[in-house]
Design a protein around this ligand. Sequence first.
Ligand code: ADP
Ligand code: ZN
Ligand code: ZN
Length: 726
Amino acid sequence: MYIDVLTQIGAKAVDQTFIYHVPSNLEKNIKVGIRVKIPFGKMVIEGFVTKINNDVTYDKNKIKDIIEVTDINPVLNSEMISLGKYMGDHLLCSLVSAYQVMLPKALKAEIKSNIKIKYNKYLRRTKSIEEIDNYIKNCKYQSQINLLCKLKEGDILLTSMTSSVKTILKYNLATIVYEEAKRYNYEGISNYKKVTLTDEQSSIVNEVVSSFNTSSTYLLYGVTGSGKTEVYMSIIEEALKKNMTAIMLVPEISLTPQIVGKFISRFGSVIAVLHSKLSDTERYDEYRKITNSEAKIVIGTRSAIFVPFSNIGVIIIDEEHTSSYKQENHPRYNAKDIAEWRSQYHKCPVVMGSATPSLESFARAGNKVYKLLTLTNRVGTSTLPSVQIIDMKDEVKKGNFILSSTLKNKIKEKLNKKEQIILLLNRRGYSGIISCKECGHTEKCPKCDIAYTYHKTSNNLKCHYCGTSKPYISKCSNCGSTNIKDYGLGTEKLEEELHKLYDAKIIRMDVDTTSKKGSHQKIIDDFGEHKYDILIGTQMIAKGLDFPLVTLVGVVSADASLISPDFRASENTFQLLSQVSGRAGRSENKGEVIIQTYNPDHHSIILSAKHDYLSFYKEEMKMRKILKYSPYYYMILIGISTKDYNLGFKEANKISNYLHTTLDKETIILGPTMANMFKINNVYHYQIIIKYRTDDKLLDSLKFIDNMYKQNNKIEVEVDFNPVKI
Ligand code: ADP
Ligand code: ZN
Ligand code: ZN
């Protein structure tokens, strides 16, 4: 018997498999989708079996034997094998990278320090209750009697071999059994109680349930606190009743910790949890619950979309607008696309939910590609908070650089009332952006309407979309003021300032304070128990948190996200402001939100303050149309990276010229330009952006380029379909 083996080595060149011979004693163990250990040059490596051949045409003397078989059951089932091929074809990723990304580390084809299954040892009764009782009658050792009484009720977890245990084993009253241990324990607090759905919620649940067994996509648009999570849970419950399984995707478990608690308290042990904060062993244990059919529901982040459930009843994607559903490195897949593929395969609906749907999804709902479901109101007596916009230009004149007088006074008022406060300061992408302290003007590229980025090394302002640049300016091009600064205030400085102003208990949540395992959950639980009055944080605090005592949310600066050099800056700002506002007033107490900004007239700020998604959608779509962005145009980003500055420049131009000659006249090719992060670790990054509506020649041209550079190890060329960040 001969087999084709797909390995990580050689993957970059082509998706070439290597032929190996299977010694006859191992033949019966060979199946497609298992891993085998093989000699490769001087190394021993692991690979996936992709094909079984009875004979080969090569010189058989040159074919080596496999060393051993790793798995009894395939780690890749037939669905995963075809999905991998689809990904390879449509994302231009290597086949092996597609397979590896589907699996937890323990099951990837790679030689690693062992991630082993842990077994617990149990003492189990082998005799009838009567026989045990007879023994107890004649026994004079209390410790043995205690043990036997416990044994009558069920298995006992053995931590040490006491003399009583030994005696009981000697008399054959019990035996030792081993069972797989589960190392992941959810440690959050949950006081979840099941609710009765409102009519609006029930009719949505019914609609989705009636489409079980068809591959359709729903967009559930519902304001924050309108009860989407309850809807998801009821849909999943119906799927379980019909003996089907369910996948529930969340953006990042550390961002939505409370949802896991709700799911675990409602569904218990049929849940497997998969997210990036798990250790490799915990992840392996959770994954095995899926492969051994113990779990019926998986709740997890992006890669949980690949779990090998059979008979999927529904796939739910919460906060569908979140960029983390897209993987930012090879293979650059979007979990939403994988969900659609699996929905076709399993004939099941996909439900994507959000209070601020991505423009792409809402446009698809408008075109009836997705079915739109709407939840219009918050549940019960709670209403959306009132939002006040503060113009920081006026405040700066009064000497208030960080906190406006309004926000300062409100914080004091809430502290006096013993209510809680959340302050958002999003640092992402704010460094190096130039804006005027007098008039709030930000220097932007006229062709792209994107903020220029300040490049310190060349002292230039550059547009990362079309490549135009101009020298750094010392005067505002709008009002002529020289009071221009690169904008900068971080959460730590904010914390310091608050301590100066108030005698309050303050906790900060950002990447620096949550790197330790469990620290994130602890901050949330502590804040939930009112051990702190004020929670400061980055966008990490914007999503999914439900604290009834929070009545004030302050956005210290709405501008950082607004002026980031990305065509989605307005959309991201609208989403962020809406989400963080949604944290206020989630119970009887009315919520208040204060947004500080130098751009109080910007439509994303005004409309988020009015909770007016529909107007924002219309306004933003107009801009996208004029500037030819998604969703009017599809976008592709070709990334070219190399240590050789000149080679990068030359090859990037070559690629661009090639595209100009092969693609449709209507297709727009921008660049090559230097990428946003041009030099990282001495590697230079160039990029070309393609905008198109339809182009029959596109995929073939991209495949051609991809193939041309695959064997070249001086330069890397990667194609990113529908990039979420530019
Ligand atoms: P969303 O996911 O849309 O932000 P949630 O599902 O978290 O909203 O619901 C917000 C709050 O309202 C939660 O505390 C939830 O328990 C409660 N809730 C949702 N639906 C109902 C209902 N039908 N009856 C009572 N309370 C509900
Ligand atoms: Zn100005
Ligand atoms: Zn430009």
